[in-house]
Design a protein around this ligand. Structure first.
Ligand code: IMP
Length: 428
């Protein structure tokens, strides 16, 4: 099977960008199938650190065709800014980028409405990235969305944009008492971006299916994480797309039978940004130590991430949803300094022990982690490139996570450098 899917096994920020970039060396095509500019994939390219939001992480490899598929929501202005920013880092985006005509657009009114809605939620705010993601997917479902293919011809686009923008201005002013959007100015910005993006528009699903049929290596790059999935995550504290492997079929236009192998990516501990339950969250000095050592700040918003211990119940839930054939553990080196490392093996909810991830977010909020302590190794793992290079206790830790999650570990990442990876099996 020539397809490989990379899925975040936690609440996002698992280090998928680095793994995609690593695997992209051997890939012919990299496909984004959900999410939008809420993603922040940090990768080391030629000694520099580059953050991708909408561009597939394979874009730094000119030989890989990069596809923004129909399940993605695209902010055209943000995408143009990103293309220009990566060009300054020496990454030229040309004919290697394909944007699907059916991908929905994030428009300025989506961001304005989201800001007003989040403010109105007060203490119940989701803590979104304010990239307009939720309102754009809502418009898609309510059949009022505009799609990338609508950007041309400009006259028709203008008419559609003005109609929807006028309605959203009613929501902004009447419901939220917020200032209306300047429709003309907003439109002008989108039109400028549209002219830049038009040459990249394509009907991408046949191209992706054709590549799979021809045996090319196609990497499907997930954004966010399984626990932010709109159907199976910690609803309502989730994003608005399908972040599990199921999202690939509808988000890239590929039959489920052709998706191929699925790899989960999980940190060797856990982080979360935004609101919502997080059973293994650490506090005080331990949380701060993880945050400092792991540079745990949001790549998109700069927010400090909430930090905690590895949650095997949650990762097993993600593995079952997507059918992980392998697990890539990232940032193992962040744990190098700890004397003991708690691992959550089960939850206790209302005095009852369970190893199932609860479907009710209210139940999850009451879940108390049952921890077992793994001994730390207190030695650097950063130079390790083969399993045997790892300190004994680090290898035991990896093997313990493997048995708790019931997924074979395919690789372990031990530092930010592009090749700081220990492969446990041939992954692509
Ligand atoms: P939205 O996707 O901006 O609507 O945000 C919804 C929730 O998903 C919030 O808790 C965000 O912090 C979280 N989120 C969205 N994108 C990412 C990501 O790429 N990494 C981690 N969390 C994310």
């Amino acid at each position: 099977m020539s397809g490989l899917v990379l899925i975040g096994a936690q609440w996002g920020d698992e280090g998928k960008g680095k793994i995609t970039n690593y695997l992209a060396e051997r890939a012919d095509m990299v496909v984004r199938f959900q999410g939008g500019a809420n993603a922040g994939h940090t990768v080391a390219v030629g000694g520099r650190t580059v953050v991708f939001h909408l561009l597939p992480s394979g874009i730094s490899r000119p030989s890989a065709v990069c596809v923004i598929g129909p399940g993605v929501v695209i902010d055209p202005e943000a995408l143009v800014v990103e293309i220009d920013r990566v060009a300054a880092d020496g990454i030229q985006v040309g004919a290697n980028l394909l944007i699907d005509v059916g991908a929905h657009l994030v428009m300025p009114y989506h961001k304005a409405v989201e800001a007003a809605e989040e403010a109105a939620r007060g203490g119940l705010a989701i803590g979104t990235t304010h990239r307009g993601i939720g309102p754009a997917y809502a418009d898609r479902c309510s059949r009022e969305g505009l799609r990338a293919g609508d950007l041309v011809p400009p006259a028709l686009f203008r008419e559609r944009f003005e109609r929807v923008a006028a309605r959203r201005n009613e929501v902004l002013t009447r419901l939220h008492g917020a200032p209306p959007l300047d429709v003309g100015q907003a439109l002008a910005g989108v039109e400028r971006a549209a002219a830049r993006l038009a040459p990249h528009l394509a009907d991408t699903p046949p191209i992706v299916r054709g590549a799979l049929r021809a045996g090319k290596r196609v990497l499907f790059e997930g954004a966010q994480g399984s626990l932010l999935d709109v159907a199976f995550g910690t609803y309502p504290f989730v994003t608005s797309s399908h972040t599990t492997a199921a999202g690939v079929a509808s988000g890239a236009g590929v039959p489920p039978s052709q998706i191929g192998e699925v790899l989960g990516v999980a940190k060797a501990y856990t982080t979360r940004v935004g609101a919502g339950p997080f059973p293994t969250e650490a506090e005080g000095a331990e949380a701060e130590m993880i945050r400092e050592r792991g540079a745990e700040r949001g790549a998109t918003t700069g927010r400090p991430r909430r930090c905690g211990w590895f949650d095997a119940v949650a990762v097993r839930h993600a593995a079952e949803l997507s059918g992980f054939g392998g697990l890539v553990l990232t940032k193992l080196d962040v744990l190098d300094a700890f004397e003991r490392i708690p691992v959550c093996v089960a939850y206790e909810i209302d005095g009852r022990r369970t190893d199932r991830f609860p479907r009710s977010t209210d139940d999850l909020a009451r879940a108390r982690p049952v921890f077992e302590d793994a001994p730390g190794w207190q030695a650097s793992t950063r130079e390790a490139r083969r399993p045997d290079d790892l300190p004994r206790a680090a290898l035991d830790y990896v093997r313990r996570l493997e048995s708790l999650t019931d997924v074979p570990v395919a690789a372990v990442s031990v530092g930010a450098a592009a090749h700081a990876i220990v492969e446990f099996s041939e992954i692509l």
